[in-house]
Design a protein around this ligand. Structure first.
Ligand code: HEC
Length: 138
């Protein structure tokens, strides 16, 4: 007669702690990959925080931020009047086709269509977002 649970099935079901540990590791890897991609694709125009000079608006606290709301930044009328909030979905659409998503924006087309690359960059943007809007100390 076959055993009800094979040792393999048991081995897959039992460990709880290693699963939690590896989730943390995945998150760290995603943030690190996102930081590298941000450096390559976005950093030449965007600083992560207000202490660095940047041609585009700094992206600190961008997730959940109202579009066009960074103090004293000279936005295009299109972005300023858009009335949107930067949710992860809006940021994906923006990375994929920013000038199609928002005609009239002055951000040059970036065209990041790969959903995995978008997810990495989002993980990084999440890591530089505090929910209460306070500045991130580095
Ligand atoms: C060539 C320069 C340039 C690059 C590269 C660039 N951006 Fe931008 N970005 C801008 C400018 C300029 C604006 C302001 C656009 C406007 O006012 O229409 C902007 C605006 C934004 C906004 C809106 C911010 C707000 O305060 O509403 C987000 C979000 C954003 N960029 C994300 C990114 C991400 C993510 C990348 C990399 C994948 C990226 N950008 C790459 C120049 C750039």
């Amino acid at each position: 007669m076959k055993p009800l649970f094979s040792p393999l099935v048991l081995a897959l079901c039992v460990p709880g702690l290693p699963a939690i540990a590896s989730e943390t590791t995945f998150q760290q890897v995603k943030v690190a990959a996102g930081a590298t991609l941000f450096e390559a694709e976005c950093r030449r125009c965007h600083a992560a925080d207000a202490s660095d000079a940047s041609y585009g608006p700094p992206l600190e606290n961008i997730i959940g931020r109202a579009a066009g709301s960074y103090p004293d930044y000279d936005y295009s009328i299109a972005l300023e009047a858009s009335g949107i909030v930067w949710t992860p979905a809006a940021l994906r659409a923006w990375m994929e086709d920013n000038d199609g998503f928002m005609p009239g924006t002055k951000m040059r087309h970036v065209g990041i269509e790969d959903a995995t690359v978008q997810a990495f960059i989002l993980a990084y943007l999440e890591s530089i977002t505090t929910r209460d809007g306070s500045e991130i100390s580095k």
